[in-house]
Design a protein around this ligand. Structure first.
Ligand code: ACO
Length: 320
């Protein structure tokens, strides 16, 4: 059995923060940010919580799919920025939408989170356990940024995207996923320590820390390697793929992946100029955008690829 995407949705905070607005709070400018990253503006949450964004995106995806809340068997929310630990965001989505027959849990694989959630959905469908699954990627990275650190605060944005997938007859979606925990320190958000009446600990920074160049080298090497491996398993060449929907971290990373695969950049849709890096939300927001624009046609071969903290990375080959 394979999964088929039957509906998508997305939700973004109302507040637009341009590069020029950032140049008023840290020493940066539009020329540096746009030439190094391709980002021109991003959305930053105000009153909206991670759960609010997740619920709005999920509601839109359900409507788009024409799917009743009771039909959902499982809700997976990929996030590393929930507004609280418990209850998990997936259960909050379940309650808000009335998906009373669903099991619901969160999954954290940082920027690879939505892709890993989709792979998990495929595995459940293939095993015959669930039939209709709601997938959400929702992040408020703005909550964990050091707004005085120009090397990180300019890169990220907030938002959520969602997809409803359903079991269909046919060959399972192929996917690969990898992790390298030994390199975890290159992109981290440590936040919590054991603090109790018997133990005090030195507090690590609560905000996100990143070795940008190490992340860049990791992404431009591992992502094309992983996509090539996936396509080889499917007996396909990169030129047979209609669309590459990649995690929207940085235009230079995406251009480099396209170049290494020998595929023209036009087959790598991008929206990072408007939303920045929204971590686990970036792939489903992009998926929703290209689907609503009518870019994806029945039967198109679509590669999804994610990469991020952990380190984690992976790719999937979806027949639209
Ligand atoms: N504005 C102006 N100058 C800046 C800024 C800024 N916002 N940030 C850094 N600089 C300065 C640095 O201080 C440095 O100055 P110096 O030479 O005087 O020391 C100079 O610019 C060059 O800094 P580098 O870090 O070498 O810049 P680089 O060209 O590597 O670009 C970047 C930095 C954009 C972060 C790049 O390394 C990158 O894209 N890395 C990938 C990281 C990424 O995409 N992370 C997203 C999260 S991870 C994920 O989603 C997978």
């Amino acid at each position: 059995m394979r999964i088929k995407v039957i509906g998508t949705g997305s939700a973004l905070p109302a507040k637009i923060v341009t590069n020029e607005m950032l140049s008023r709070i840290v020493e940066t400018d539009d020329a540096w940010i746009s030439s190094r990253t391709g980002i021109r503006e991003r959305r930053i949450a105000g009153e909206e919580t991670t759960t609010d964004l997740a619920v709005s995106a999920a509601k839109a995806a359900l409507e788009d799919a024409g799917c009743a809340p009771e039909e959902i068997d499982l809700i997976l929310v990929a996030t590393f920025t929930p507004e609280h630990c418990l209850p998990n965001t997936a259960c909050a989505v379940q309650a808000a939408l009335g998906c009373r027959n669903a099991a619901a849990f969160d999954l954290n694989a940082a920027c690879s989170g939505f892709l890993f959630a989709m792979n998990t959905a495929q595995a459940y469908v293939e095993a015959g356990i669930y039939r209709t699954i709601l997938l959400v990627g929702a992040e408020e990275v703005s909550k964990v940024l050091d707004w005085e650190d120009r090397s990180t605060c300019v890169l990220f944005g907030d938002g959520a995207g969602a997809a409803v997938v359903q079991a269909r007859e046919g060959e399972a979606m192929r996917f690969l996923q990898f992790s390298d925990g030994a390199q975890g320190q290159v992109l981290a958000c440590m936040e919590r320590t054991a603090e109790n009446p018997w133990h005090t600990a030195e507090k690590p920074p609560k905000t996100l820390t990143m070795d940008g160049q190490a992340v860049f080298r990791f992404a431009v090497r591992r992502v094309p390697e992983c996509i090539r491996q996936l396509l080889a398993q499917a007996g396909k060449e990169p030129e047979e793929i209609d669309w590459f929907l990649l995690h929207q971290a940085n235009k230079r990373i995406l251009d480099s992946v396209a170049n290494r695969l020998g595929v023209e950049e036009g087959r790598f849709p991008m929206n990072l100029d408007r939303y920045g890096n929204t971590s686990a939300a970036s792939i489903p927001i992009l998926l929703d955008e290209v689907r609503r624009k009518g870019i994806l046609k029945e039967g198109d071969q679509v590669v999804l690829a994610g990469f991020g903290a952990g380190l984690t990375w992976g790719a999937a080959l979806l027949t639209w």
